[in-house]
Design a binder for this molecule. Structure first.
Ligand SMILES: O=C(O)C(=O)C[C@@H](O)[C@H](O)[C@H](O)COP(=O)(O)O
Length: 371
């Protein structure tokens, strides 16, 4: 693919500014694309065992072609890797590789690897640079951009971490062909989120084009680029989530509680939790009289059209009761003075943050979503 077909989204954060490059065949060109951010021709790659089998040798070959040496560590795939023992393993390995302050760590993988590698880079020698090569739809449209890095605690999702911006993001949309249909769909939860939180026109476009995302590279590139551009704009205005950035958390108060309740297991992928969370956030908004019933109906219909879970009853196995779920929500990072804050909506594309949520309405929404 020529450069004219590659989309560049710039994240303008002064001395922490960087580009997100979105296009086809970027892994094959990774050596040339990464070289400008390197102080010396050597990188340490953190990846997972599944991604290593699919893409690591191509990446290392592309680096070698440009004279860049690389060493790689592959961790187990899955959300349970986003935990202290694997962070320790990654950091100790990076030290063993003698990664220096001016060196670059490369995160090759989905959100788990990107978040963990970014956090490892943030704490290694008090901070080294890193490059994200996201290999899932979710990581391309969301977690690789914006600098939220970290790991999970049994008490909640992403509770240990740091803001640490990458120096470059390479989103090669071809690699999404290797995802399982379930993993691809899970990432779609975050794509739909952008339309729901702030762009009704994009949501309408997704209602028409969403099903083609899995097969049409043009549609895919447009959806990824639009999502990244929206995120870059929000991150530019509110890098450390003092206000507007909390909108990117639409669906996450519910979603993170459900992920903790299911033990960060295969029962519920992060993007699936976000999809259910978005549906519930719109249900709650309608129940509180903030938006018409048409909005949650459209959200539910679209998630169903895309084959996504949207209710608590779509999660296999038993879930804890409402009190336990609400207690898990109490660890949410948006909580202020012990008060839960939710991202609600006045309509599609009109999200806002509220600390004024009636517990009765919340319980009603959770109860209805169990049926
Ligand atoms: O980048 C952000 O800001 C987001 O909230 C995007 C979320 O989709 C992402 O899952 C993020 O990691 C959640 O952050 P958290 O602070 O709520 O854990």
């Amino acid at each position: 693919m020529t450069d004219s077909q590659m989309t560049t989204v710039h994240v303008p954060l002064a001395e922490r500014a960087y580009d997100v490059l979105i296009g086809q065949g970027l892994i094959e060109r990774a050596g040339a694309l990464i070289a400008p951010v390197l102080a010396r021709p050597r990188v340490a790659i953190l990846t997972d065992e599944t991604v290593a089998g699919l893409h690591l040798s191509r990446l290392q070959e592309a680096l070698r072609t440009e004279g860049i040496d690389s060493a790689a560590l592959a961790l187990p795939a899955g959300e349970s890797t986003k935990a202290w023992p694997f962070l320790t393993q990654a950091v100790e390995w990076l030290l063993e590789q003698k990664v220096e302050r001016r060196d670059v760590v490369v995160a090759l993988g989905g959100g788990v690897i990107g978040d963990l590698a970014g956090f490892a880079a943030a704490v290694l020698r008090r901070g080294v640079r890193f490059v994200q090569i996201p290999t899932t739809l979710l990581a391309q449209v969301d977690s690789s951009v914006g600098g939220k890095t970290g790991i999970n605690s049994a008490r909640g999702k992403n509770l240990i971490g740091a803001f640490h911006q990458p120096s470059l993001v390479l989103a090669d949309i071809d690699v999404l062909d290797t995802l399982t249909p379930r993993d691809f769909r899970a990432g779609y939860g975050e794509v739909a989120k952008y339309g729901l939180l702030g762009d009704a026109g994009f949501f309408e476009w997704l209602e028409r084009n969403g099903p083609a995302l899995a097969s049409d590279p043009g549609v895919r590139q447009r959806a990824v680029a639009h999502s990244v551009a929206m995120k870059a704009g929000i991150v530019e205005r509110d890098e450390t989530e003092q206000g507007e950035r909390a909108l990117l958390n639409l669906g996450h108060t519910f979603g993170h509680a459900l992920e903790a309740a299911t033990g960060y297991s295969d029962r519920l992928l992060h993007g699936e939790g976000v999809a259910i969370g978005c549906a519930l956030a719109f249900d709650l908004s309608a129940r509180m009289g903030l938006c018409s019933q048409e909005a949650p109906s459209r959200v539910l219909a679209h998630l169903r059209q895309m084959g996504m879970p949207a209710r608590l009853s779509d999660i296999p196995g038993d879930l804890p009761g409402d009190d336990a779920l609400i207690a898990l929500m109490g660890q949410d990072k948006k909580v202020v003075d012990g008060q839960l804050r939710f991202v609600l909506a006045r309509g599609i594309g009109e999200a806002f943050v509220s600390d004024d949520v009636e517990t009765a309405a919340l319980r009603r929404v959770l109860a209805e979503a169990r049926d």
